[in-house]
Design a protein around this ligand. Structure first.
Ligand SMILES: Nc1ncnc2c1ncn2[C@@H]1O[C@H](COP(=O)(O)OP(=O)(O)OP(=O)(O)O)[C@@H](O)[C@H]1O
Length: 249
């Protein structure tokens, strides 16, 4: 992402933000509420249109601006680019009327037009990895929040993305269910799956990340290795961590 700008109703939410993610890298984005983290992910995944700057995946431009106008490549090229990334939301966004298995296999079969038997085989392997082998016929309402989130992760992985984005994957979960989801994400990091994670779990971000970005008021205020960022002398970062240690967001 180069020089990304985004405003809502006159409020400049992203002010010239540039981020590069390398293959195999785990990048965590932390920062106070309202600092623009979710907007950044939504721009990266083309759910929200940027006002300025450009975004590329593996050298292919996905969106850019020219003379203040937003430009995108052809529909087919966009489809190709969209297949590069997966997104896991805070609230799982599973289809409530689909079983776990159908939630995972629907897009690979109907969008990617892949072989059904192969997709089912892979889905069962993913469910085993997520510790959910016994849940393939269950509906989302029959699962805990942590189980739903693990299904959402399996669904994203079933599309074989090059990069996975997580938007506060545990913030809708009770503390006792958070650990099981973080463990799954940690296991993906061990496999060197490229990930960008917006999170309020500071210890997790510290442990899992190759690089951390601290966002504040629409800019990248601090960026570096976890140890560099968490020991930064930046006053806003110190204030943020202080609040976090007092149990606030
Ligand atoms: N669709 C929208 N319309 C208007 N304002 C928006 C919209 N989306 C986000 N905003 C505003 O943009 C700012 C940044 O929001 P964003 O959700 O990106 O912050 P955040 O850092 O992810 O916060 P949190 O940690 O609370 O999720 C906020 O002031 C928010 O109210």
């Amino acid at each position: 992402m180069n020089h990304i700008k985004k405003q809502f109703d006159g409020l400049q939410v992203l002010k010239d933000v540039s981020i590069h993610v390398e293959e195999g890298e785990v990048l965590s984005i932390i920062g106070p509420s309202g600092s623009g983290k979710s907007t950044l992910l939504r721009c990266a995944t083309l759910l929200t249109r940027i006002d300025g700057g450009e975004i590329s995946y593996m050298g292919k431009k996905a969106i850019w601006t020219e003379n203040g106008k937003v430009c995108m490549p052809s529909k087919n090229e966009i489809k190709d680019i969209q297949s590069c990334f997966g997104l896991v939301f805070q609230n799982f966004n599973l289809f409530p009327h689909f079983t776990v298995m159908k939630n995972i296999t629907d897009a690979p079969i109907h969008v990617q037009k892949r072989n059904k038997d192969e997709v089912y085989k892979e889905a069962r392997e993913l469910l085993a990895k997520m510790g959910l082998s016994d849940k393939e016929d269950a509906y989302p309402y029959q699962l805990s929040g942590g189980q739903c989130q693990r299904v959402a992760i399996a669904r994203a992985l079933a599309l074989n993305p090059k990069i996975l984005f997580f938007d506060e994957p545990t913030s809708a979960l009770d503390p006792e269910l958070t650990g099981e989801v973080l463990r799954v994400i940690r296991s993906l990091a061990d496999l060197h799956i490229t990930m960008v994670i917006v999170t309020h779990e500071m210890n997790f971000a510290k442990d899992i990340s190759d690089r951390v970005i601290f966002m504040d008021k629409g800019v990248i205020a601090v960026e570096g290795t976890p140890s560099e960022v968490f020991s930064s002398s930046n006053a806003r970062m110190k204030e943020f961590l202080g609040k976090f240690h007092q149990g606030e967001k």
